[in-house]
Write a protein that binds this ligand. Structure first.
Ligand code: SF4
Ligand code: SF4
Length: 149
């Protein structure tokens, strides 16, 4: 988690470069990592977008993840909603997909961020525009809140 009670500034206090190039890589499984959590509001938004009841949406597109959270299903190594390199539910996609890579667990340390983000995401490289720290903090908080709802 991002520690909002800490008095020392986070390592990303000067902002971080990021601009998604829509390569679709973060919608694919990476080894054992294949989790897209969907909170209640995510589920309702996606179900409505697809014209489905909540029950049908859950049955067709979700699965239980460790810890009892609900997540999107993966098929053939990719999120069930990945269509080529594009998200087929872009307008209604989960908060987690909107806020990546500014998740609390990825921001924990520069080492974690390098390993989990910089090593494979072309949108996070140094030449991309800087996202200000206020926005990073807001997105980290939104990620936590969306999963807990
Ligand atoms: S890996 Fe990075 S650049 Fe590619 S789609 Fe994901 S966020 Fe965008
Ligand atoms: S919902 Fe869309 S953006 Fe999120 S992982 Fe699936 S394909 Fe990618």
């Amino acid at each position: 988690m991002v520690d909002s009670t800490s008095s020392s500034p986070p390592w990303w206090a000067a902002g971080l470069p990021f601009s998604c190039s829509q390569c679709g890589k973060c919608c694919e499984a990476r080894g054992d990592v294949a989790h897209v959590y969907v909170g209640r509001a995510d589920q309702e938004r996606l179900a409505s977008h697809l014209g489905l009841s909540l029950q049908v949406f859950r049955k067709r597109y979700t699965r239980f993840e460790p810890g009892g959270y609900l997540g999107l299903r993966f098929e053939k190594g990719s999120c069930i909603f990945l269509d080529g390199k594009s998200c087929s539910v872009h307008e209604a996609k989960p908060v987690q997909c909107r806020t990546w890579p500014f998740w609390p667990e990825l921001l924990e340390s520069p080492e974690t961020y390098r390993k989990e983000v910089l090593e494979f995401c072309p949108g996070s490289q140094a030449e991309t525009p800087i996202v200000p720290p206020e926005s990073i903090a807001d997105q980290a908080l939104a990620t936590d809140e969306a999963i807990q709802d």
